[in-house]
Design a binder for this molecule. Structure first.
Ligand code: CDP
Ligand code: MG
Length: 702
């Protein structure tokens, strides 16, 4: 290591050592490190940066990173961890000699916004010294980028091509408390990489973290001590640094009686804050785009009804798939005399900071993935948040001055019923993608992998079984060649990858890649509420008897024929932004396919080929209409779960006997989204082994 930030003899940061636990803990510094500011940094915008709580710890952070293999940094949201620490590292020389500082985030939107913020602070063009990479979007310049923000999923993919991540000098795994699947896999892999690369530094940072358990995880066992002849070996025992913030008090209000409709309750709470409370922006936590759109519509209606209200309110949504221009509105300062209301998913819980928020309205819910390995059903459901999340949400109100948080649940519920922390995503998700990635990285004993939290064995077995039936894994649970290796190369769910690979033999890769691109975005239609009738009519213009997948092809063709026109989208109730994204993703997939030796070929209208390719990937999602069902009830072939066709599908109310679906959503019932008719004989043909122990489709065909 060439650069040494802290030198013995110079002012040494205060260290409190706990020799027994082996943990180094830093208290707040005795004197401000401001004296070092002149040597580093960008003086012109420096003052804003220097006001952030993390600035006082600049010396300490650089010292710890220099001397420890792993540093764990805990600090409240908004203290400057994400935007400042990578800059400190760069200023101290960690990006010299072509090396790169990486900072991972679980969320794509957070990656984009923090990268552009840091580029702005450093006064450089985004994509040069400071860049970002998310799936399907790479805004970096390998010759120039020194600080790179990326999703943890993208970094995992990079490990496939560069197993030791050699270009990075420091990797900051940010928002580690969220415990996303990718973060957990990444932590396990980074721990392995660190043994081979003692010079690599890790920073694990988050708003709330069980620092001690994370530290225990990274505490390398004795037999793995680094090479003794190494000139300078950093300490293996992780350091823990706690950044003390300057949050203001937040007064918590609970509802007296449980609310029955949290969207409605949100709207009335926002209105009463606006009427009764002094100036200050409002941040509302709902669960997803649908909730948020409803709340915005209701708020706008009420505001229109009362002129007094409408004059002062600016209501804005915030969720991951929000178009760029709308994101910018959320982060721009509130005009004088106005009150901004940002209605957000839990993305604003810790990943993004909004200035000026004084009031928080917390619905108590968020959308979470749940997986049942017995029925093999994975669902994104609206579920209660944990106490830890509730505290984070409340904290968002105390950034600029004392604030208020309105919880739309009772105090009794908070105290007695809310769980204290959330369950790591790893323990409530389908593990198919996770397993294929680890296999591709050469990790064979997946159950024996060093996980921060072990995945449930049943879920692991299910994943192995599905991958085996897809022909991705062989009898020894190794990736098959070429299908397994190719599927691992495609950055999508293995079922989609298999569909793409099969389309090559079936001669319909051109069509299947379009379908894959459309399936990987949330919806190509404009949000339905209020325009439901018009939307249904628009859909009819494209509807295909074979179902949604073939309908997508009609839509895509129409869009191309219109010259990719936004008016055309508007007229057909299609989301123009989403269609532009489809074109982008499709182009990426085309390139990936080409790399795998798949040359795009059109089946020229032979929908049988298209449907067989879809079946080759999605046979496991087959279901059959119940014989005497009058309400369109289906049972899944695997697991016999009761499911229904989603109202958004072109096959809603058509109810063909056999269908396969792309995904399930659960509201009042389990709904199949994106549904296609299928001939049951194709299922056994596609995966004879998989259907062996089921009610075999053929035996129940009438
Ligand atoms: O990561 P952490 O939550 O500790 O803080 P951060 O994301 O680094 O944000 C530090 C400060 O930068 C916040 O207080 C915001 O005021 C500001 N910031 C901003 O104004 N615009 C952004 N897009 C990101 C951060
Ligand atoms: Mg952050």
């Amino acid at each position: 290591m060439s650069q040494q930030f802290w030198k013995p003899g110079s002012e040494k940061p205060r260290i409190l050592e706990d020799e027994e636990g082996g943990v180094v803990f830093f208290g707040p510094p005795l004197s401000s490190a401001a004296s070092s500011s002149s040597r580093f940094g960008y003086a012109s915008i420096g003052s804003q940066r220097q006001r952030l709580p993390v600035y006082k710890y600049r010396t300490a952070i650089l010292y710890l990173v220099e001397t420890h293999a792993t540093t764990i940094i805990v600090g409240e949201t908004g203290s400057g961890k994400t935007t400042q620490i990578p800059q400190y590292l760069k200023e101290a020389g960690w990006a010299d000699g072509g090396r790169v500082i990486a900072c991972t985030q679980p969320r794509r939107l957070a990656v984009q916004t923090v990268a552009s913020r840091v580029a702005e602070e450093m006064d450089v063009k985004l994509g040069e010294e400071v860049g970002y990479t998310i799936r399907f979007e790479d805004v970096t310049n390998p010759a120039a980028t020194m600080i790179k923000f990326l999703t943890d999923g993208v970094l995992l993919r990079e490990i496939m091509n560069d197993p030791l991540l050699t270009k990075y000098s420091v990797i900051m795994v940010d928002e580690a408390h969220e415990r996303s699947i990718s973060t957990d896999i990444l932590l396990g892999l980074l721990k392995k990489i660190q043994r081979r690369r003692p010079e690599l530094r890790l920073i694990i940072s988050s708003a709330t973290i069980e620092a001690k358990s994370m530290s225990d995880f990274f505490q390398t066992s004795k037999k793995h001590r680094g090479p003794e002849d190494h000139e300078f070996v950093p300490r293996k025992v992780p350091a823990i640094l706690s950044v003390e913030g300057r949050g203001f008090n937040v007064h918590i209000h609970y509802v007296v009686e449980p609310v029955s409709d949290y969207v409605q309750a949100t709207v009335s709470t926002v209105l009463s804050i606006h009427e009764q409370e002094p100036a200050g922006d409002i941040l509302v936590f709902l669960t997803g785009q649908d909730d948020i759109d409803t709340a915005i519509r209701l708020l706008t209606e009420e505001a229109h009804a009362s002129r007094k209200i409408s004059s002062g309110l600016i209501v804005l949504p915030l969720y991951s798939s929000l178009p760029r221009a709308d994101q910018d509105l959320v982060f721009s300062p509130t005009p004088r005399g106005k009150r901004k209301v940002v209605i957000s998913t839990n993305i604003a819980e810790t990943s993004l900071t909004l200035e000026g928020v004084v009031y928080v309205v917390d619905s108590g819910f968020s959308k979470q993935q749940f997986y049942n390995p017995i029925s093999d059903i994975e669902n994104l459901v609206v579920a209660p948040i944990s106490k830890a999340s509730a505290r984070q949400r409340a904290g968002r109100a105390g950034r600029v001055r004392p604030g208020k948080c309105y919880r739309l649940y009772t105090e009794e519920y908070f105290v007695n019923e809310m769980s204290s922390v959330g369950i790591p995503e790893m323990q409530r998700s389908k593990l198919v993608s996770c397993v294929i990635q680890l296999k591709a990285l050469g990790i064979d004993n997946i159950l024996g992998f060093d996980w921060p939290a072990s995945p449930p064995p049943e879920a692991m077995i299910r994943a192995l079984e599905v991958l085996y039936s897809l022909g991705v894994l062989d009898d020894d649970a190794k990736l098959t060649s070429p299908v397994g290796f190719q599927a691992a190369e495609i950055p999508l769910d293995p079922m989609i990858s298999k569909m793409i690979l099969s389309s090559n033999q079936l001669g319909c890769s051109d069509e299947i890649i379009t379908i894959a691109a459309i399936l990987s975005i949330q919806s190509i239609w404009v949000s339905g509420r209020g325009v439901q009738k018009e939307l249904d009519e628009a859909k009819l213009r494209f509807a295909a008897a074979e179902g949604d997948h073939v309908t997508f092809l009609n839509v895509y063709k129409g869009f191309l024929q219109s010259g990719k026109s936004s008016q055309w989208c508007h007229k057909n109730y299609m989301n123009y932004q989403a269609m532009k994204k489809v074109i982008e993703i499709r182009e990426q997939l085309r390139r990936t396919a080409l790399r795998l030796g798949i040359v795009l070929k059109s089946c020229e209208g032979d929908m049988l080929a298209v449907r067989k390719a879809v079946t080759a990937g999605f046979f496991a999602n087959a279901s059959r209409l119940e014989a005497f069902s009058h309400n369109g009830m289906y049972k899944t072939v695997r697991g016999s779960q009761e499911v229904y066709i989603h109202p958004s599908s072109v096959l809603f109310r058509v109810n063909p006997k056999w269908v396969i679906y792309h995904s399930l959503v659960s509201t009042d019932r389990q709904y199949m989204r994106n549904v296609m008719t299928v001939d049951p004989s194709w299922l056994t043909e596609a995966a004879p082994h998989f259907f062996q122990h089921q009610r075999t489709p053929d035996s129940i065909v009438h």
